[in-house]
Design a protein around this ligand. Structure first.
Ligand SMILES: [Fe+2]
Length: 352
């Protein structure tokens, strides 16, 4: 009952929002926001505003790429190598599609950010399979953060051996690139089912950010959402507010997460939050199923639900606004796939 009323709240927010947009009905909007997209091309404009586009093909993708200037990178997430249940019996194939689409972009991204759940069960063979496929990506530099599936067997030892050598703590780090400060955080040591950063990491973050000027765009990435999406399913990070007190002074903060296998986004003050699609399988929208987990869709729809959706960030009145664009076609049955939406009051959508 509680879950369904929360979901109704979300739907009502969507209704209110779509009433105020340019004539797109709620179903159309849901399609815009729904599943799709195996990767996001991120662009940081000359003004330092991160902008994302779904990795796709065709003239729209070309248009986005040619408009890009400055920094380009791609985010992929939740590849779950080794998963072979009915929701997707060939996760290697769908990851390969994501890489193929990335490689087909008119401009090669400078690097990839993988926001965790590389593997399904932290097995060596799963990490090996992931590495093998990613070797085929044109971008050769990949930045990782672990998902809870990457740390489930050995508390993350193998993950750290492979991807986290010389990193701090359980694998958190920062780097600067083209005037943007990137911070990779680890929040998969869960507390009461929610993500958790922990005091040591938050203290490190405070020190790390103290050396960065407030005008520097900051991109924070971690596996579990760093904003509270749906606590009943653990979709949030228990101590994220402690971390965000150190991010408040920055003019532009973009937060990239995975874990929930669907696009959700929110703009709050200086921060834009975005969760990415999985390359492996979808999960239900919050409150629409008894529990989170792999969601089976008809086989002919699988690639479309991992397929093509887009999010664009633009600067408007000193705040970030979001433009959603669908580059792919809707499922043949016309049904909007479930998608969870939390819409801030300053969200703006410019057509599809
Ligand atoms: Fe996942």
């Amino acid at each position: 009952m509680k879950r369904s009323s929360q979901h109704s709240d979300l739907v009502n927010k969507v209704d209110r929002f779509t009433e105020s947009t340019d004539g797109l009905d709620r179903r159309g909007f849901l399609k815009c926001m729904a599943w799709a997209g195996t990767g996001l091309l991120w662009t940081v404009t000359a003004e330092g505003i991160p902008t994302s586009h779904i990795v796709g093909s065709g003239k729209d993708a070309k248009k986005h790429a040619s408009a890009a200037s400055g920094l380009h990178f791609v985010q992929i997430s939740d590849s779950h190598m080794g998963f072979n249940k009915p929701a997707n019996t060939d996760v290697a194939a769908t990851l390969q599609v994501a890489i193929d689409r990335m490689n087909a972009l008119p401009e090669t991204p400078e690097f990839i950010i993988h926001t965790g759940d590389l593997s399904h069960q932290s097995k060596a063979a799963e990490f090996d399979a992931m590495d093998q496929i990613l070797k085929g990506a044109k971008p050769k530099q990949i930045f990782y953060v672990p998902g809870e599936h990457d740390t489930s067997i050995d508390d993350g030892k193998q993950y750290l051996d492979r991807y986290g050598k010389n990193l701090k703590g359980r694998g958190w780090y920062s780097f600067d690139h083209k005037g943007v400060h990137f911070v990779g955080l680890v929040n998969v040591i869960q507390l009461e089912g929610m993500g958790q950063l922990g005091d040591e990491q938050i203290s490190w973050l405070k020190d790390d950010l103290s050396a960065v000027s407030a005008s520097t765009p900051v991109v924070v990435f971690a596996h579990i959402p760093l904003w509270t999406i749906y606590p009943d399913w653990g979709w949030g990070t228990k101590d994220s507010e402690q971390a965000f007190q150190y991010l408040k002074r920055f003019g532009s903060v973009t937060v990239l997460n995975g874990h929930i296998h669907q696009v959700m986004q929110k703009v709050e003050g200086n921060a834009t939050f975005h969760t990415a699609m999985s390359t492996a399988f979808p999960q239900p929208a919050p409150g629409t199923a008894p529990a989170p987990g792999p969601m089976k869709v008809p086989a002919e729809r699988l690639r479309s639900v991992l397929g093509l959706a887009s999010v664009n960030y633009i600067q408007q009145n000193n705040s970030l606004a979001i433009v959603d664009t669908v580059l792919g076609t809707a499922p043949a049955d016309g049904q909007a796939a479930p998608s969870a939406l939390l819409l801030p009051t300053n969200l703006r959508r410019d057509g599809i």
